[in-house]
Design a protein around this ligand. Structure first.
Ligand code: HXC
Length: 262
């Protein structure tokens, strides 16, 4: 067994974290150990009050994540399979509900569980070499890490069902047209472009960024009246922060604000 960690977590610049799924020989396929390490890494990020952005990517230049580990699933019983799906969904939900923005940096294949991992991030930037798909029907399986639900919410029922029932894989440009991906960059520039985006977020008022994410996320599961009520509460809460006083004063003084995360 390899002693290399399956998940690498680094602080690439102050307040910017990068998490890398690190099984390049298996195209970063997700097994249970990797999912457990992912959960632990996310707990570390969640506990850091200075964390402002998380980038999620895959090791190597070929794959983001090529899916759940097919070899590991070969001898699983139905109950074990269900347990694997549930454990992973809980960790992906941990990722999705992290207080700070999370950007998937998709540097190659994002298939099956890999596409599901990318969709659990707040948005996706992709290299021109990226490929997305839910090919589980080729294996006699269904998506099991939230793909039937998140893909449908992101691209609509017709497109989601087309991908899921045909197993067709789409390239970055088509994923961009479908709205699955926010931006496509040449592969060699992908991480730099993602870092530029991360720096932009990290320069903004951190509590306002976190509250905005919470309002968008919670609001999605509420009716419009309750969602707007929640937004009003969040908006009011922002008035209690030092960063709101600083941001407004800096605008009126025609200077750059200096935010303190308080
Ligand atoms: C385990 C995998 C893997 C996977 C690739 N590998 N994908 N191992 N699980 N999902 C391994 C290969 O076995 C091979 O190992 C090595 O990575 C390189 O892969 P190749 O196939 O040789 O590379 P290439 O020919 O370039 O093809 C790339 C590929 C293909 C098109 C991405 O590997 C592929 O189709 N992979 C499977 C994709 C898939 O079906 N994903 C969905 C999985 S099901 P060796 O040892 O031979 O070098 C899923 C369900 C989620 O995700 C829900 C579960 C509850």
């Amino acid at each position: 067994m390899s002693s290399e960690p399956n998940v690498l977590l680094e602080i690439v610049e102050p307040s910017i974290y990068r998490l890398t799924i690190n099984r390049p020989k298996a195209l970063n396929a997700l097994n249970r150990a990797t999912i457990a390490e992912l959960g632990a890494a996310l707990a570390t990020v969640a506990a850091d009050h200075d964390a402002r952005v998380l980038l999620v990517t895959g090791a190597g230049d070929k794959a983001f994540v090529a899916g759940a580990d097919i070899r590991a699933m070969q001898d699983m019983s139905p109950i074990e399979g269900q347990g694997f799906a549930r454990e992973t969904m809980a960790v992906f939900r941990q990722l999705e509900t992290l207080a700070i923005p999370v950007i998937a940096v998709v540097n190659g294949y994002a298939l099956g569980g890999g596409c599901e991992l990318a969709m659990s991030c707040d948005w996706i930037v992709a290299g021109e070499n990226a490929v997305f798909g839910q090919p589980e029907v080729n294996l006699g399986l269904t998506p099991g890490f939230g793909g039937t639900q998140r893909l449908t919410r992101l691209v609509g029922r017709a497109r989601a069902l087309e991908l899921i029932t045909t197993g067709r894989q789409i390239k970055a440009d088509e994923a961009l047209r479908w709205g699955l991906v926010n931006h496509v960059f040449p592969a060699a520039q992908l991480m730099d472009e993602a870092l530029t985006m991360a720096r932009q977020i990290a320069s903004k008022a951190p509590i306002a960024v976190r509250l905005s994410k919470e309002a968008v996320q919670r609001g999605q599961d509420l009716d419009l009246d309750n969602a707007c009520q929640f937004e009003a509460q969040v908006f009011g809460l922002a008035f209690s922060t030092e960063d709101k006083r600083e941001g407004v004063a800096a605008f009126l003084d025609k200077r750059t604000p200096s935010f303190s995360n308080r």
